[in-house]
Design a protein around this ligand. Structure first.
Ligand code: CA2
Length: 146
């Protein structure tokens, strides 16, 4: 049977990448990152559905959708990482391999970014490698799926 697409979900403000704060998040736009992910996913034999939203409810809908229709999930929840128990609940409710990803090293930043409320609901977390972190997450997800 053909493998279903993996989901790569991006939360609030990640559509602004490349425009501001390059010293924290790098110079790549989200479209650049998507393109790199596309190449990596192909190499790994994965098909990928890459999305971004600024809305918490939409992100939760997509997590539920991933649980029903996808074989793996990578999520950068943006600032909802630090606040969203609803997103923690949604991630806890799905049993596919799942990875939380951050461009920046959230543990080396402001106090309020050091705590992830969503991390306990995923298999692993990658943080601090900029756009390359997405490629590392794809490799890690492939390992988890095998
Ligand atoms: O490091 C990450 O990937 C974050 O998830 C990015 C979020 C931030 O709230 C998290 O604490 C860590 C922010 C997304 C991008 O925000 C921008 C704001 C202005 C200009 C460019 C990006």
């Amino acid at each position: 049977m053909a493998m279903s697409a993996i989901y790569v979900l991006n939360g609030p403000n990640l559509n602004l990448l490349g425009a501001r704060e390059p010293e924290i998040y790098g110079e790549d736009t989200l479209a650049d990152i998507e393109k790199r992910c596309d190449g990596k996913a192909k190499q790994l034999g994965l098909s990928m559905d890459f999305r971004q939203t600024n809305a918490e409810g939409k992100l939760i809908d997509w997590v539920q959708d991933a649980g029903a229709n996808s074989s793996g999930l990578i999520i950068n929840p943006g600032a909802y990482t630090h606040t969203s128990i609803a997103l923690f609940d949604a991630l806890s409710a799905i049993s596919i391999p799942k990875i939380e990803l951050h461009l920046s090293n959230i543990h080396a930043r402001e106090e309020f970014r050091r705590r992830s409320v969503t991390a306990a609901a995923v298999d692993g977390v990658i943080a601090g490698f900029g756009g390359a972190g997405y490629l590392l997450a794809l490799e890690a997800l492939k390992e988890l799926m095998n």
